[in-house]
Each structure stands twice: as structure tokens, then as C-alpha cells.
Design a protein. Structure first.
Length: 483
């Protein structure tokens, strides 16, 4: 689930003790170290602090960052900086800004985490002496106690040990992560549970997801921040009745056992009503399975139906065809058994296939969802179909079914500038020894791929088919689906 980014912090620096007192409050922001320019960490600062104050109220009533905050890179958020006269109002504004809430600055869309494709693995460091060539890995996970939170609440930091300036961690010759003096001065330590080291960014980011309160919350921060009320009726429902939860009607179930658990049972009725139904997961249709055991585990079993439909099939692992086996027992264990077939068993992988010079350009149109729409077979060398989907509502997901028959052909789908499907050569395996197919035959002629993408703002996509040789025949169909 690489949908959670590198920093995993949207910090509310106010404990429950301040929920009914303290304030006024201001929201500060700080540029995310590794994220795009519109990704920030946020900090809910109490102006009444007498030591270590990060913000104060100017005579005219505006929030002003203190010199301490400025030295640490914080500034008052220009959009929703405050002031707010109680903690709840400031926390609601934080949800609007945070990438884990409404994402007001569009961090996720810019590639700062979540269900979008993960950023590429950084290039291997140069083979020079020292930590940059350490064979044990490159990344370490650090933690820092949350200033106002319970003792089991932390901020987490993904440290690259190859940095030449501002280095926060190193890896010693025995393969252990250590914090640098710079990190120690800031209060960081290597996480004792999942500190690393990790060879690639994706594995370290997965560990961060396990640790963070916005992921699996390994240390139980949320339960310590918002313990369920001890009072309950004979059915286990907390006081206040239906929708009495402070976060009712926010689109996320907060009852224990079926949601985040930050509210008492029976108090978040509307948000929890659909929990358990197909595709009721808040991250449904994002292209990543979020059910426990077969995906990220962020949602309840049976609630991310479409995204999890193909989990378990050959090469359905999110890191398939990356040259590293990710199945348990024989690889990294990041994916279920049997889902990283090519990397773990030496199967054919889609190789680079050059576009021919003679390409036929065609226009296609899709007006309705639910029904398959077929495209005519194209020329031997290459066919590029541009599909107009302006009539399809945003949020619809798209599928393709193709058939290369026996003579191999290659199918490639592109949306918003990104290749969402590249089948490699598909057809009869007996053609694999011919020079034309040196990249290998990736699979049989027939195939289907669901959930290629979810329609956002862009109203078109392309399907490119490259024919193998004279005598080839192929066809494909497109379908869209709405919830």
C-alpha cells in the first residue's frame, strides 16, 4: 500500500487533556523532506505553551510562528492557519489539510503516497567504501516520541543512509542501523521493532505503514489516544447513541472491531453502516488490495472486492517483474505465495518492444459502462487506438480483454501519460525461439486485466497493439464499470 508516503505524519500536538481546554490553536506546516513541493507535515500548536512555544498570537489576532519554529522550518499554514479557539476545530482543519484526510494541497495526486503508483526505487549507490556500499541495505526507520501524545505514540522517519548531508542514520559493518548525532539531537532513535536496514525504498515504506498510526498502528497509539468509553449498555453500545461519535459522518467507520476503534461501539452508525459490503473500503478502486492477509490490511475482509479480485493469480504481486522474488520462504515475503511467478521461478518477463515505423492511428469512443465494446483488428506492424471516454463519469474503472491468438502480439494501455498495462509478447510459446520475440513470450494469447485505471480528469486513453509478423490476427475489448 504504497498509498501512505514517506513521512506518515499529520501531527496533532494536543493530547486529550487539551480537548476541552487550552488554546487558542494555530496550524503550522513544514515541507516534507522527500515529497513533492506540495506535500507537508502539519502541526497543531497551542499558543498558551510557556516553554518550547512554536506559535503565538499577534496583537492583530493573527498566528505568528516563533523563532524556534522558524529554525525548524515551520511556517503558519497560509490556507487554514487559524487561530482556532478549541482543539476540535483545529483538528478538523488539520484533516482538511492532511494527505490522510481531504489532502487540500493535492499531495497524493502529486505522488506523495497513498494508492497511486509508488515512486521508483532510488538508483543503487556507487560502490565506494563506507555506508553507501553497505551490502545489508540502504534505509533505516527512525522514531521520535510524539511531544504531547501517550508514551506509545511516535513520529516515524525513513532515513536514507547514503545522504551526504543532513544524514540521520548509518549502517555499520554488522548490518545494524544507528542514528547519527544529528538525529539523536532531534530526539530520534532507531525503531526497535522494524528499524531495518532495508535494501529498497518499497520494503522500508511497507514497514513504515505497519508502524504508523495511519497504517497498522503497531504500537497502539490510537487506542491510547482515544480509549473506548467504559460506560456501555447491555448491547455494548457506548453512551450518546447512534452517531454520537465526534467523527460521525466523516466517511470512515470509527467503531471498534470494524473500524478505527477511536469511538465506542454503536456511536458511528452512519459511517459503519456499509462496512462489510463489497467495495465499501474507503480505498476501493484505487488499484491496490487493502484486505487483511492478501493486501495492506487497511480495510475489513470483503470490503475491497474489485482491487483484491486478482490477488493470488500469477504475477499479481505489486512488485512483479522487478527482478526480485517477493514470495514468502523464497524471497522477501512482501507478496503472497504464487503471486510473483516470473521473478521467483524464472518465467518470461515483458521485455522492451520497440514501436514500428508504420503505425495506424484510429479513433474509438466509449459511451456507456457495463458492456464490452470491441475494437476491430488492426495492421500487422502497429495500431494506436485513442479512446474518447468523455461521456463516462469520473470514478469509473476500466478493464481490457485481449486475444492475440497464436502469432504473438503485444498490447499496451496508457492513461494520463503512464503505462498501466504492458503485456509483452502474448501468443503461442512455440514462437519463443524466433529473434523477433527475443524478449520472451510472456503468456498465452488470451488474457484479461481488470481495474487498469480509474477515470479522473483526463478524458482519453490509448491502446497500442504491435503485431508480430504477417498473418497475425488479434482483437481486444474495453469495458468500464461504475460502483
Amino acid at each position: 500500500m504504497t498509498r501512505l508516503g514517506l513521512a506518515f505524519v499529520a501531527i496533532s500536538l494536543a493530547s486529550l487533556a487539551f480537548a476541552q481546554q487550552g488554546g487558542p490553536y494555530c496550524i503550522l506546516r513544514n515541507q516534507d523532506l522527500y515529497g513533492p513541493p506540495n506535500c507537508f507535515q502539519f502541526y497543531l500548536a497551542d499558543t498558551t505553551r510557556t516553554s518550547g512555544g512554536m506559535v503565538e498570537i499577534a496583537p492583530g489576532g493573527a498566528c505568528v510562528a516563533t523563532a524556534l519554529a522558524l529554525r525548524q522550518g515551520w511556517e503558519v499554514d497560509p490556507t487554514l492557519g487559524g487561530p482556532y479557539w478549541n482543539w476540535e476545530a483545529g483538528d478538523d482543519a488539520m484533516k482538511v489539510l492532511s494527505r490522510f484526510g481531504d489532502d487540500a494541497y493535492g499531495c497524493l495526486a502529486a505522488g506523495g503516497g497513498g494508492g497511486l503508483p509508488l515512486p521508483p526505487t532510488p538508483p543503487a549507490p556507487p560502490a565506494t567504501p563506507g555506508p553507501t556500499s553497505n551490502p545489508f541495505g540502504r534505509y533505516c526507520v527512525l522514531r521520535d516520541p510524539d511531544l504531547y501524545g501517550p508514551p506509545n505514540c511516535f513520529q516515524f522517519y525513513l532515513a536514507d543512509t547514503t545522504r551526504t548531508s543532513g544524514q540521520m542514520a548509518i549502517i555499520d559493518a554488522q548490518g545494524f542501523c544507528w542514528v547519527t548525532p544529528l538525529a539523536a539531537r532531534q530526539g530520534y532513535e532507531v525503531d526497535p521493532t522494524l528499524g531495518g536496514p532495508y535494501r529498497n525504498w518499497e520494503a522500508a515504506d511497507f514497514a513504515m505503514t505497519r508502524l504508523s498510526r495511519y497504517g497498522d498502528d503497531v504500537y497502539g497509539c490510537l487506542a491510547a489516544l482515544w480509549p473506548p468509553d467504559d460506560e456501555s449498555d447491555e448491547n455494548g453500545a457506548g453512551p450518546g447513541g447512534p452517531n454520537a461519535c465526534r467523527w460521525a459522518f466523516d466517511g470512515e467507520c470509527d467503531e471498534p472491531g470494524i473500524g478505527t476503534g477511536v469511538c465506542a461501539a454503536g456511536t458511528d452508525t452512519a459511517d459503519c453502516a456499509l462496512v462489510g459490503g463489497p467495495d465499501s473500503c474507503r480505498w476501493a478502486f484505487d488499484g491496490e488490495c487493502d484486505e487483511p492477509g492478501i493486501g495492506t490490511g487497511l480495510c475489513v475482509a470483503g470490503t475491497d472486492t474489485a482491487d483484491c479480485a486478482l490477488v493470488g493469480g500469477p504475477d499479481s504481486c505489486r512488485w512483479a517483474f522487478d527482478g526480485e522474488c517477493d514470495e514468502p520462504g523464497i524471497g522477501t515475503g512482501l507478496c503472497p505465495a504464487g503471486t510473483d511467478t516470473a521473478d521467483c521461478r524464472g518465467g518470461a518477463q515483458p521485455g522492451p518492444i520497440d514501436m514500428p515505423e508504420d503505425v495506424e492511428q484510429r479513433q474509438q469512443r466509449l459511451d456507456v459502462c457495463a458492456d464490452w465494446v470491441a475494437a476491430d483488428s488492426g495492421g500487422v506492424e502497429g495500431t494506436v487506438d485513442t479512446w474518447d471516454i468523455s461521456a463516462i463519469p469520473a470514478g469509473a474503472s476500466f478493464d481490457i480483454a485481449f486475444d492475440a491468438h497464436s502469432v504473438p502480439d503485444s498490447f499496451r494501455v496508457t492513461y494520463q501519460g503512464a503505462t498501466v498495462l504492458d503485456t509483452g509478447w502474448r501468443g503461442d510459446a512455440n514462437y519463443g525461439d524466433q529473434p523477433r520475440y527475443a524478449a520472451g513470450i510472456a503468456g498465452p494469447g488470451q488474457g484479461q486485466q481488470d481495474d487498469l485505471f480509474v477515470r479522473a480528469g483526463t478524458t482519453g486513453f490509448t491502446v497500442t497493439v504491435i503485431g508480430g509478423e504477417d498473418g497475425t490476427a488479434w482483437d481486444y475489448r474495453i469495458r468500464c464499470r461504475t460502483r
